[in-house]
Design a protein around this ligand. Structure first.
Ligand code: ARG
Length: 574
């Protein structure tokens, strides 16, 4: 059952009282008052004065009088030029609890995206480089954006554009041949491969011929030489194994791992197309697209030796994705440090005449730093993401034992809460902001954190379990609920937040902003806790108890659906 669109119903009623305005115009004029004491909706009458040749105050008064006895309202009040409308709380609450009872796991789901393909590219780490704490943002934000679009009925494709190509692989191949060892790579692929890379640079300073050797190895790789290809493939596989461990901990999956190397054979066509459009220029043997007329620096497309670059592969990838998937939207969740890159890239797609360039979106985000200073790969202070996640679980396990948290399995709960805490923290700030990672903030059970919200959800679950049969009956016969027991301010405020949830999901999708859902889930949790503390749920009166249990269920389900959209697990007990 779809929820009632109260705004439209009110507009319909008003249109019978007002001359000269359509229902749609009236609907657009309806305001939501800043405070609950001023009603749920307000209708300003200023514009009507001319049309109806009456003072706005008088118009408000006569509208209020004629609407006053409609069943839709508890009360309608004229205040100056406004008509303040108080919905029938009982009717409203019936609508809300019934909608959640009937849809459950699907509450908030919609089909607005049906038949439209949305590609979400996220995570995309570089092979043989550490998967560090800085990567958490793209990984977690991207996963949530995918879940949101999926929930809205879009046909989604999750893409991991692995950084698995480039001249550094020539260096790694040379280093491995000279100083490498198979067992070391297998045991600790990324750390070992990284050490080869570092060693290569040290040695190449003394012996520049190494650089030529590396270039030759990369060229061989590009030309598909068997031995080089096998080594590269092996480095890639081993690195992916390590990345996969992190994805598994986070519960994140992909539909495609087509990374940069996937486009290596699609580059000549890009160069050809750019030539055809007369966009390519020679510059000291290299080929560039001049973007200075657009306030951007020139983009390097091929180097002197003919090899292609990151941006060339991104152009190829966009064209491939359009041809292969025919996307409605092509989203890139990549840090704001790459703003310039994406500006150049989109400009080039536009200049190439692709009208679908407008459907490609770079979703940027700020940086994460650690309390003890910015993270830096170059200074060797790399903090591996896997270590952070393991530590989150470990610390959570300590808190669980110390607080005597109710759980069937300490291991499972520690994982769900610890990882959930990191994800929730990540999605708490609007994505564009830089933020500082702080353990105290992440794992605080009382603040606006993942553990707090998960705990509230489990508390609602425990109330329902204690309600026993009454809870089951309430759910089975939600249509018969006596929601006149849900008209106090605590219940009503909670109901209003639950009602808004589907709208929040749409807004979050439109703005690519999972934090809007995080925020809303916190609001629901806080509101539920007020309701829980101020109202007795498990009272004697059966009808009263069932009504409150039904609202408890609706709050619990809304929190759960929200947390799942963030990519979190939601324990039933804790
Ligand atoms: N591999 C890159 C990095 O780690 C991110 C790739 C972003 N995606 C893209 N299509 N350029 O910085």
């Amino acid at each position: 059952m779809a929820m009632t669109d109260f705004k439209t119903q009110i507009a319909e009623l008003l249109s019978q009282q007002v001359e000269g305005l359509t229902r749609e115009e009236i609907r657009a004029m309806l305001e939501i008052p800043p405070e609950m004491s001023m009603g749920d909706y307000a209708f300003p009458c200023f514009r009507l004065a001319k049309l109806m040749r009456k003072a706005p105050n008088q118009i408000a008064k006569s509208i209020a009088e004629s609407l006053g006895n409609q069943a839709l309202f508890d009360k309608v009040e004229p205040v100056n030029a406004y008509v303040n409308m108080f919905l029938s709380r009982s009717l409203f609450m019936k609508d809300v609890v019934l909608a959640v009872a009937e849809t459950g796991e699907d509450y908030g789901r919609s089909q607005v995206g049906r038949g439209r393909k949305v590609l979400v590219e996220y995570s995309s780490p570089n092979i043989a480089k550490p998967f560090h704490i800085g990567h958490i943002r793209t990984t977690v934000i991207g996963n949530s954006i995918y879940k949101i679009y999926d929930f809205l009925g879009y046909d989604t494709v999750r893409i991991n554009h692995l950084g698995d190509y480039g001249t550094q692989f020539g260096k790694m191949i040379v280093a491995y041949r000279r100083w490498g060892n198979r067992e070391d790579v297998q045991r600790e692929p990324i750390k070992t491969l990284l050490s080869y890379y570092t060693k290569f640079h040290e040695e190449a300073e003394k012996d520049p011929s190494l650089d030529d050797e590396a270039r030759a190895a990369f060229t061989a790789l590009e030309n598909g030489a068997e031995e080089e290809l096998a080594l590269w493939q092996w480095f890639r596989d081993e690195s992916l194994k390590e990345f996969s461990r992190v994805y598994q901990i986070l519960g994140i999956e992909f539909d495609s791992f087509a990374g940069e190397s996937f486009y290596s054979d699609k580059m000549p066509r890009v160069v050809e197309l750019l030539k055809e459009k007369a966009l390519l220029q020679e510059s000291e043997g290299a080929r560039i697209v001049d973007l200075t007329p657009y306030g951007l620096t020139a983009a390097l497309i091929t180097k002197k030796d003919g090899s292609t670059l990151y941006i060339t592969r991104d152009i190829a990838a966009a064209i491939y994705r359009k041809e292969h998937y025919d996307f409605y939207k092509n989203l890139y969740v990549v840090g704001s440090q790459q703003n310039l890159h994406f500006q150049q890239w989109i400009k080039i797609l536009e200049l190439m005449g692709f009208d679908w360039a407008a459907d490609c979106v770079h979703i940027g985000f700020g940086m994460v730093s650690l309390e003890d200073g910015t993270l830096s790969t170059r200074q060797g202070r790399v903090v591996f993401l896997e270590e952070v996640l393991r530590r989150a679980v470990e610390k959570t396990r300590e808190i669980i034992l110390e607080k005597n948290v109710n759980t069937d399995s300490v291991d499972v709960t520690a994982r769900q809460v610890g990882i959930g805490a990191v994800i929730f923290n990540e999605l708490s700030n609007s994505r564009i902001k830089d933020y500082v990672f702080s353990w105290d903030k992440v794992l605080n059970f009382d603040g606006e954190t993942g553990p707090y919200v998960q705990y509230t959800h489990a508390r609602a679950g425990s109330v329902l379990r204690n309600g026993g049969q009454a809870a089951e009956q309430a759910l089975a016969a939600a249509g018969q609920a006596d929601t006149s027991f849900l008209t106090d301010d605590d219940a009503y405020e909670l109901g209003r937040l639950i009602y808004r949830f589907p709208e929040v999901i749409l807004e979050a999708a439109e703005k690519y902003e999972p934090s809007m859902i995080t925020r809303h889930v916190v609001d629901v949790a806080q509101s539920f806790n007020r309701f829980y503390h101020n109202q007795h749920i498990l009272v004697e009166d059966e009808a009263e108890k069932q009504a409150r249990l039904l609202l408890t269920y609706a709050a619990k389900q809304t929190i759960k659906n929200g947390l799942k959209l963030l990519g979190m697990e939601v324990p039933e007990r804790m």
